[in-house]
Design a protein around this ligand. Structure first.
Ligand code: ZN
Ligand code: ZN
Length: 660
């Protein structure tokens, strides 16, 4: 959420009550004097950009045209067609929607209507849910309000007045909100020619600024998100600065719906999540499992190459282990309840780390033994509220592609660089080239020594720099136990997904009293680095499904080739082709049904099978196959051997992208 000038007393630090003039610094370094109390709108009018501006930044904070400037300030107009301009448009659209709802359904009570990513919503108290027909009516009413270009005004009111106004209107939620405001909070009402709302702004100067909007859906939502409170009716919408932008967004939304991994996963029979099994618990069906096996095989192969050892550890452990690790104390709200066995309490694991540490501790380690790189595809269970569960992306049981590196302090940089190399190799192999990377540094509360923190943070930074990766620094955003790098991957629709993490840990080695013998023959504490590349197999699979819309590259595809016969007399030859491909370890299926070829082709397309090999008289007689590539045209008939040669690079995770 952006800082809003009207509610931020810090903006007003240099109150100049005795001076009649204030100095305003405008863009291009121009300075101008204005009477104190001049509004942002007046300043913008004076510089002649009123038509293209929807608001301004006053000393870096968002402010609308109504904001009165009472100190020397720097002002930068915000254009309608900018990311920040969207905030004004969407917030105003939320008010317009609320006015439309109340004019059509006068019993509806208003509550709150914030701007969110990609749009806005407003929650109403109403006796029933809003139907798609309601949304259409509301949208039409909104268009009327927009066309009227109703000017907005902003009024500061006393607390008693605000309570009086909203009490009179029967807006009990607004009264509750006013009562909850801190006593020094300025209370403002935005009025759009008769309809008004308690709001701190900022808003567009008139309803006419909302040129392109769309209501998207409705849903129930509890007041203040608490299920003990009243159920409200929420309407989601979005708004953009012009119709073209809106259309582009709606198309992307449509495309995202088509690619939704829950929908594709069902259509392609990849996985399921069933109430009878439990919320957030994933069943991998045979075809999904085939993909997972391909991913895991590649994962193991590369971990071997990068000097990792692979581990297996149990799913539960004695409660004492989780006491030592601190999970019981600091992480318990994410953990499942304990179970008792033979008078001893056990805990199902939310993390794999303590097990790897216990393996480390089975021997005396020397500085020459380090680094140790230990990886495990470890299944963990974490409690998530049922409301936040979402397909494969947010689950309760998942397998992390986890690894822990135990190293000397002087090895951090090299090890992190190795992790980054492996991470980029993996992500590129799976088709992801765009990343958002964050480096999070020491927070206010931390364990360990500042000097060690600084050295580790520098090591992370140097590793990123030497890879030439662009990143943002999240100052103070690190965990209390060490600095970290987070990497989000961007999918084909430009959406970012958190997957990879490299996290330095000064805490667990201390808690578990880990050590190695240095070249000085003294005991030293090793550095522990946690890292995951996919994050979890489930989540990464969900992202993969959406990225490819189910049309996986050949090397990942659960079915690579399907053989389709034209008529029954081709069965025998079809079976021969089938056997040859199976011997070559291809994931191959047959469609020998007595159906029209056109039907078989359409089905193979719906199932997103990369190659359909058609077999008819011509192929049978010449000992060939007629390949048909998904989304492509028919290729000329070729021998099985030539077909296999032609797809060789596509089958190899290391070379398939060169074919793209
Ligand atoms: Zn508002
Ligand atoms: Zn870990």
């Amino acid at each position: 959420m952006q800082e809003v000038a009207g509610s931020n007393p810090a903006v007003l630090t240099t109150k100049l009550n005795n001076m009649a003039e204030i100095n305003i610094q405008l863009p291009n370094g121009v300075n101008k004097s204005f009477p104190i109390g001049t509004t942002v709108g007046e300043v913008i009018e004076s510089i002649g950009v009123q038509s293209s501006a929807v608001g301004a930044k006053v000393n870096g904070n968002l402010a609308d045209f109504f904001f009165e400037i009472d100190c020397d300030s720097e002002i930068e107009p915000i254009k309608i067609n900018s990311e920040e301009g969207l905030y004004f448009i969407r917030h105003t659209a939320a008010h317009i929607m609320a006015e439309a709802v109340q004019s059509l359904y006068p019993e509806a009570k208003v509550t709150i209507g914030p701007v969110i990513d990609n749009g806005f919503y407003y929650d109403f108290e109403y006796s029933r849910g809003f139907t798609p027909e309601d949304l259409e009516k509301i949208e039409n009413k909104m268009k009327e309000i927009v066309n009227q270009k109703k000017p907005l005004t902003r009024k500061t009111v006393s607390r008693d007045d605000a309570i009086g106004i909203f009490n009179k209107d029967g807006e009990t939620y607004k009264v509750e909100i006013v009562n909850d405001l801190p006593s020094d909070q300025q209370i403002t009402i935005y009025d759009q020619d008769g309809w008004y709302d308690l709001c701190r702004g900022p808003h567009a100067p008139s309803t006419g600024f909302v040129k392109a909007f769309k209501l998207l859906s409705s849903a129930g939502a509890y007041w203040r998100g608490d299920e003990k409170n009243a159920m409200l009716q929420r309407i989601y919408g979005t708004a953009f600065w012009d119709r073209k932008e809106l259309k582009g967004y709606l198309n992307r939304l449509e495309e995202a719906k088509k690619r939704d991994h829950r929908k594709v996963g069902k259509e392609l029979d990849l996985f399921s999540i069933q109430e009878e099994v439990g919320a957030g618990l994933v069943l991998w069906h045979p075809k999904g499992s085939r993909i997972r096996r391909v991913i895991e095989d590649f994962w193991r192969e590369q971990h071997d190459r990068y000097g990792y050892e692979l581990l297996y550890t149990p799913h539960i452990a004695n409660i004492d282990l989780w006491k030592t690790s601190g999970h019981l104390e600091f992480y318990s709200e994410n953990m499942y309840p304990r179970m008792e066995v033979d008078n001893t309490e056990y805990q199902i694991k939310p993390m794999n780390c303590p097990f790897h540490i216990m393996i480390y501790k089975t021997d005396i380690r020397s500085y020459r033994d380090l680094p140790l790189r230990w990886a495990e595809i470890g299944t963990v269970y974490r409690y998530e509220r049922s409301g936040v569960l979402h397909g494969l992306l947010r689950v309760r049981g998942f397998s992390q592609d986890d690894a822990h590196i135990f190293c000397r302090p002087d090895q951090i940089e090299e090890e992190v660089l190795g992790v980054l190399n492996l991470t980029i190799l993996f992500l590129k192999t799976f088709g992801f080239d765009d990343y958002e990377i964050y480096l999070s540094t020491r927070p206010e509360k931390f364990v360990g020594e500042v000097e060690v923190w600084d050295r580790a943070t520098d090591a992370l930074r140097n590793a990123l720099d030497s890879k030439g990766l662009e990143y943002e620094v999240d100052e103070g955003g690190g965990a209390f136990y060490g600095p970290k790098i987070d990497l989000k991957i961007k999918d084909v629709l430009g959406r970012a997904w958190q997957c990879s993490t490299v996290q330095v840990d000064f805490n667990l080695p201390e808690r578990f009293d880990m050590s190695f013998i240095g070249d000085d023959n003294a005991r030293h504490q090793p550095i522990m680095i946690h890292r995951a590349i996919f994050g979890s197999m489930e989540r990464f699979f969900g992202v993969l499904i959406e990225h490819y819309g189910g049309a996986f590259p050949l090397w990942l595809s659960p079915v690579q080739v399907r053989i389709a016969t034209i008529a029954d007399e081709h069965l025998e030859y079809g079976e021969k082709v089938h056997q040859v491909l199976k011997e070559k370890n291809m994931r191959v299926e047959t469609d020998f049904r007595n159906e029209k070829l056109g039907f078989k082709v359409r089905e193979a397309q719906l199932e997103k099978i990369p190659y359909l090999l058609v077999i008819g008289n011509n192929e049978m007689e010449s000992g060939t196959v007629a390949p048909r590539k998904l989304g492509g045209k028919n290729l000329p008939s070729i021998t099985i051997e030539d077909f296999l040669n032609s797809i060789e690079s596509e089958l190899d995770p290391q070379t398939w992208r060169e074919v793209e």
